[in-house]
Design a protein around this ligand. Structure first.
Ligand code: UDP
Ligand code: MG
Length: 320
């Protein structure tokens, strides 16, 4: 029996500073586990520093290293998809380039995978180096997301996980644009098992997330897995129109019976402003979904590859 092949998929964006350290720690694991064939697949997501050159050097010295160079920065999610599309082994392990996901967990993940689990995900016991506000908001966000969607999303879990070939193929078949991978992992199903770890602070370089990006991701998460906000806005509209209808009847009768001294400017203003605000919110919600539809309808590829292990990639080649 030939060895099973496991791909370590690592999306990298401006990670020049940390790649050597990453290679050092990962290659130790690859050397230790002799019963498996490893491939370290680095995806360069349009880095602006010397990340690509570093990758080329690593490949020169160790053919277990492969790299894919995307044509520009597409974001972590498309970069991961590019890696998933590329790999052809029995399992894939996704990890961050900044060593926040300790490679030392890999042997345990593989052990669990060998018992027939298709998705071994790593759940953080602790989140070092993250602000109280970030922790609190993420806690509440997942509570809400869980309520709004029917799929179960693993809390305190990132993309650090081992995926069986079966799960990889399932993920590949989901070609939607604005990907919310966290939800997709749950959506595909299959047997899952968690493994606990302590998330370390970044080894080198700096985080690519800021609050705006996180808010965008949060909205993507809800709008790609739930239409509850649309339904809520209908309910809101219904409730408010029912209320205002009653109020209208009330004013008509009041005027008929008691007559009307021209007054009521403040109440009129407040009603107009209130309803105007609600309308804008509801329009915004509809717009969110419309934007998603717009992006899906264009049906563009999720990413473009310019080079793979030194070979120029042409899109037409895929069709053969
Ligand atoms: N990353 C990427 N493309 C991006 C942003 C990030 O490939 O546009 C990679 C990055 O190089 C790292 C991983 O995604 O390997 C996680 O990024 P980061 O450490 O900045 O996120 P955090 O750990 O702060 O959530
Ligand atoms: Mg990180």
């Amino acid at each position: 029996m030939p060895n099973k092949k496991i791909t370590l998929l690592i999306p990298c964006y401006n990670e020049e500073a940390g790649l050597d350290l990453l290679y050092e720690r990962v290659s130790k694991i690859m050397d230790d586990l002799k019963n498996y064939d490893f491939e370290m697949l680095l995806v360069n997501d349009g880095s602006r520093d010397g990340t690509l050159e570093k990758m080329k050097l690593l490949r020169e010295n160790d053919k277990r290293v492969s790299y894919i160079n995307l044509s520009r920065n597409f974001g972590k999610e498309p970069a991961m998809l590019a890696g998933l599309d590329y790999c052809d082994g029995d399992a894939v392990i996704i990890l961050d380039a900044d060593l926040q996901d300790p490679p030392e967990l890999i042997p345990d993940m593989i052990k669990i995978w060998e018992t027939g689990v298709a998705d071994v995900y790593a759940r953080r016991k602790s989140r070092q180096g993250e602000s109280f506000f970030k922790k609190l908001s993420s806690h509440w966000y997942y509570k809400i997301l869980q309520r709004l969607t029917n799929i179960e999303i693993q809390v305190d879990t990132g993309d650090f996980r081992l995926l069986d070939r079966q799960a990889v193929q399932a993920l590949r078949s989901l070609r939607e644009g604005q990907r919310y991978t966290k939800g997709l992992f749950s959506w595909i199903g299959y047997r899952k098992r968690e493994i606990l770890f302590d998330r370390e602070p970044r080894a080198a370089g700096e985080t690519k997330w800021n609050y705006w990006k996180l808010v965008g991701l949060a909205i993507d998460g809800i709008t790609s897995f739930s239409v509850v906000p649309l339904r809520l806005s209908s309910f809101l509209g219904l409730t408010i129109s029912a209320g205002t209808f009653m109020y209208m009847l009330f004013t008509i009768f009041k005027t008929l019976i008691f007559g009307e001294a021209v007054a009521g400017y403040p109440s009129m203003m407040s009603v107009i402003l209130f309803i105007g605000g609600i309308q804008l919110i509801v329009l915004g919600i509809i717009g969110e979904y419309l934007g998603r539809i717009f992006n899906e309808v264009k049906n563009r590829p999720n990413y473009l590859i310019s080079e793979c292990n030194g070979k120029k990639i042409y899109m037409e080649d895929d069709k053969e």
